[in-house]
Each structure stands twice: as C-alpha cells, then as structure tokens.
Design a protein around this ligand. Structure first.
Ligand SMILES: [Zn+2]
Length: 128
C-alpha cells in the first residue's frame, strides 16, 4: 500500500535510482508476506533459524499489512472459517474486502497512511 502511495508521486519526483530501490523494497515486502507471514509464521511450512524468521517478519512488516501477530491471527481465522461471515477476508463479501479492505479498515493502517502522506508532502516540498 505504501508503495502504491509513493508510486502516485512518481511523476513529480522520478529518479531512476529511487525506482530501482522501490522495486527491490516491493519485492522484499511481498516476499516477507508470502514467504514469511504466510508460509513460515502461519502455516509453519518450513523451519529456519530464528534470525532468518525475524528477517522475513521484518520484510513482511514493510508491506503495511499490519504486524505479524495480527496477520497470522487473521489468516488462521480465514482458514478456520473460510467463505463464511466469520472469515475476516472472505471473497463472499466482495473483492475489495477480501484483498485490501480487511487490513485497511483499522486505525493502525490509517495512522501509517497519514504519516506516509506527510512524508510524501515533505519530500515534494524539498524537491520544489
Ligand atoms: Zn494460508
């Protein structure tokens, strides 16, 4: 989500090096959610040393899909109550809620997004 907001400012502050960094960070955050939050922390699909586990969780935290504890709890509820009213990201309640809404509708993300917007505005003011 953060990457999307930063991307909206790209035409005004485009820099090839910054673009490369954003691609790497986007990859790492996606890697952190899919491999770290999902496969490792939720399903315990494989074992790694604790330091690597923390690194995956750290990468996942950059995806702004909340902290690992909340993400794992939400995903376990999703599997336990799949496609019912108790599923926190059920596709039966619409595409928006199932993919993005479940983690966007909370104070934590709202606070992060507001902080990110202030940072973007400051960066734009610096380049002007
Ligand atoms: Zn799963």
């Amino acid at each position: 989500m953060g990457m999307l907001l930063l991307g909206a400012c790209a035409p005004f502050v485009y820099d090839p090096d910054a673009f490369r960094v954003s691609v790497v960070l986007s990859f790492l955050s996606g890697f952190g959610v899919t491999l770290g939050y999902h496969r490792l922390l939720t399903h315990r699909g494989f074992k790694v040393p604790k330091l690597i586990e923390y690194f995956f969780a750290y990468c996942g935290a950059h995806a702004l899909q909340r902290d690992p504890i909340v993400w794992v709890r939400t995903h376990k509820l999703h599997h336990k109550h799949a496609d019912t009213q108790m599923d926190p990201n059920s596709p039966t309640q619409g595409v928006w809620l199932s993919y993005l809404g479940w983690f966007l509708y909370n104070d934590y993300v709202a606070t992060k997004v507001v902080k990110l917007i202030f940072i973007i505005v400051k960066v734009i003011q610096i380049y002007e």
